[in-house]
Design a protein around this ligand. Sequence first.
Ligand code: SGN
Ligand code: CA
Length: 525
Amino acid sequence: MKKNLYPTIAMALPAVVTLMSCAEKKEKPEHYNIVYIMTDDHTAQMMSCYDNRYVETPNLDRIAQDGVKFVNSFVANSLSGPSRACMFTGKHSHKNGFTHNEHGIFDGSQQTMPKLLQQAGYQTAIIGKWHLVSEPTGFDYWNILPGQGDYYNPDFIRMDGTTVREHGYVTNIVTDKSIDWMENKRDKSKPFILFIHHKACHRNWLPEMKYLNEYEDKTFPLPENFYDDYAGRKAAAAQEMEIGNNNHMDLVYDNKIYSEGDQTRLTSTYLSMINRMDSADRVRYDSLYQAITADFKQKNPKGKDLAEYKYQRYMRDYSKVLKSLDDNVGRVLDYLEESGLSKNTLVVYTSDQGFYMGEHGWFDKRFMYEESMSTPLVMKLPEGLEARGEITEMVQNIDYAPTFLELAGVEVPEDIQGVSLLPLLKGEHPKDWRKSLYYHFYEYPAEHAVKRHYGIRTERYKLIHFYRDIDEWELYDLQTDPMEMHNIYGQPGTEQITQDLMKQLDDLQVQYDDPIREQFPLSVQ
Ligand code: SGN
Ligand code: CA
């Protein structure tokens, strides 16, 4: 590993920095800080700078307005823990070992981007959702939610191992702690990277009291393919994530349609969550959701009416949670501006994956289809990085680690599989930028019943292989079928493109060294 002492020299020899000409200083600050804000299950359809059909997110949009918006941004494995492990290591799941949430424990002894930054003299901190089971390593400071965490009066685990129940709404608390760390807890003589990892807007979308009644008068448009029949797509037909199905989206736990004595699969989990609320809040909360429950019971919707009723409830609750999130991202941006940190701080906003907002009739993620393989990615750039507007190159969450390392002047280790985005942030468009992405999802059998699959996405096509207790291939032309409704695998006329994609998929499996290649050798000519 080539050593780059740039940040260390800058810190040890402030006189050298002082002697730099003003012009040089303006072009390149002596060091860059990184504020990485990651939400849970926030999807680009619900962010107005990407899609203005549903909600306004003015503060999230501020990041894009002042910086860049990646319009082809993807994850490598659409699930929380795996996505975080890919981000921290810059490697695909089979290399970092955290392939799925259930039964996974992240090996914290391995090389990670926070560790490399810490070794290079950065202060490193993570606040909020961690979800990698083992204790965080490579951080000077951490204060994390246990597992998925709670929305109301949540517990936090401290570095001394104690768990403390905090008072308030989780999104506000994560932000308070983050600002407090930047202002009062870090060593201000060092550059820093802070990971602000929100619980919002993960299932089951419990709102902050301030926004309890928000969106109640709004009717959200149904996505075009809400009533998908999954024809020609066996894995899509086998999932358990349909909004209209009460065994998938729970009427009580997800939709808060509950009156005394109702018993669904998740009723007791729901009650344990809302029982954490302050009693005065609970009275207000109950009065809204009891009125909704009464309305539902009176209408007694069935079939399509039931699906659409639940869709509206889902969209409203998710949007309420987002509202607090947007406010709190605004607070962080304001703090960075007021404290003068903005000019040398890269602000990244992303999510651990995308999500279905009724497309194909679904909620949740996991599939390699567009809505969940995508993830929002916007960045506010510090002085010295000149790109602005949309970036169209295909990027993936394994790219963040090399990007941050390069920005910090740390040599990127050879075993990192992602590619630094720094050239793109400088406004360059490298001719040899990747033309395809690799994806591999493992969590099956499991909740939501999405079969294991891997595949390739190019600018125009997607080829997916579902395996384990199924052996199905799917091929989509994203240009003519952006909603991925028509699996054209095996259809006359697709032989050549299928062969080309198989070859490219095989190349990716070789490049990334995925052992699945031995189990399913691709018939490549
Ligand atoms: C929980 C949720 C699932 C969700 C997973 C993974 N069920 O198990 O709906 O897919 O988390 O989400 S719940 O009944 O506990 O709400 S992830 O984003 O953390 O990977
Ligand atoms: Ca998630």
